[in-house]
Design a protein around this ligand. Structure first.
Ligand code: C2E
Ligand code: MG
Ligand code: MG
Ligand code: MG
Length: 282
């Protein structure tokens, strides 16, 4: 049926392809054209508040459907795009689609927020602030409708220029989030410096917090630390209801993962929000 077809369209792809470097390079040379041809779309994955179980936002995840190769995972083309200076066109394309989606979603949920992944490399792009502002303007969105999830923390120099740009975005009213927290170079120093109001605990910790006591303690203390610094916490990769319950008790602010919803198309998310809204009104 339709839902199943859509689920297949947005699902995971073959990680074995990651090994094939030549294929990746030829792929990369096709990326700009693919964007122009509309082959790169976004899937939207819900973010749910634990306190009232409301879906209050979604993350936009890039999806490339190649006419011959089929779906290609962002894990495959984003690292390559970052390494070869092709990340800006992709980012602005995803941002535009996210803005378009946000405008539609906010007709159902007025405060709905859409998150876009921002490679740390993008902090060197002098067009960033202008592109963000013109996107918001095009879709008549307030800055609070957008979150930028800072990925690839290893590449964030923590230099004055990077931090100044992030502060500028924050002053405009855009929410900054630190993605995959706990991996790479996301040190305490980094947490202290980066003007982010949100921190996403990496799914590696979340997935094993049921079986691994030290992961559970890590999650717990990260939530406490974040709250004491006045940051909100998101847990990503929540796959079962027991973990969801635990995170709710631990006062983790937001959760994201298969138990809440898989990445989906805009239509499906609009349906979901409308259904939730009707249920609340009943
Ligand atoms: P991320 O931002 O940490 O996104 C979370 C990834 O985990 C997504 O994979 C999502 O589909 C997957 N996921 C979500 N919930 C669950 C769960 O419960 N269990 C499991 N096993 N997985 C879950 P995806 O879509 O393949 O994206 C991978 C990464 O690619 C993202 O990680 C992000 O870093 C990057 N990415 C995606 N789109 C963009 C983009 O437009 N720009 C940039 N710079 N990076 C992007
Ligand atoms: Mg993300
Ligand atoms: Mg993440
Ligand atoms: Mg991740």
């Amino acid at each position: 049926d339709e839902a199943e077809a859509e689920a297949i369209k947005w699902k995971y792809h073959d990680p074995a392809r990651l090994e094939e470097t030549p294929w990746k390079l030829s792929l990369l040379s096709q990326l700009d054209q693919a964007i122009k041809d509309g082959e790169v779309e976004i899937a939207l994955q819900p973010k749910m508040a634990t306190k009232d179980k409301r879906v209050i936002g979604a993350e936009a995840l890039a999806r490339w459907t190649h006419p011959e190769k089929g779906p290609i995972s962002p894990v495959e083309f984003i690292a390559a795009a970052e390494a070869n200076d092709r990340i800006a066109p992709l980012t602005y394309h995803v941002m535009e689609l996210a803005g378009r989606a946000a405008a539609q979603l906010r007709q159902v949920e007025p405060d709905f927020n859409v998150a876009v992944n921002l490679s740390a490399r993008m902090l060197n792009d002098h067009r960033l602030v202008g592109e963000v502002l013109s996107m918001l303007d095009r879709h008549d969105l307030p800055p609070t409708a957008l979150t930028l999830e800072l990925t690839e923390t290893a590449a964030l120099s923590g230099s004055g220029a990077d931090l100044e740009l992030l502060s500028q975005l924050k002053r405009i009213g855009i929410k900054i989030s630190i993605d995959d927290y706990g991996t790479g170079l996301s040190t305490l120093e980094y947490l202290k410096k980066v003007p982010a109001e949100e921190l996403k605990i990496d799914q590696g910790f979340i997935r094993s917090m049921n079986e691994n006591r030290s992961d559970l303690i890590m999650v717990q203390s990260t939530i406490a630390l974040a709250h004491s610094l006045d940051r909100k916490v998101v847990a990503e990769g929540v796959e079962d209801s027991q973990v969801l319950e635990q995170l709710t008790m631990m006062e983790c602010d937001l959760v994201q993962g298969f138990v809440v919803g898989r990445p989906m198309g805009l239509k499906e998310l609009v349906r979901r929000l409308s259904r939730d809204k009707k249920r609340r009104a009943a």
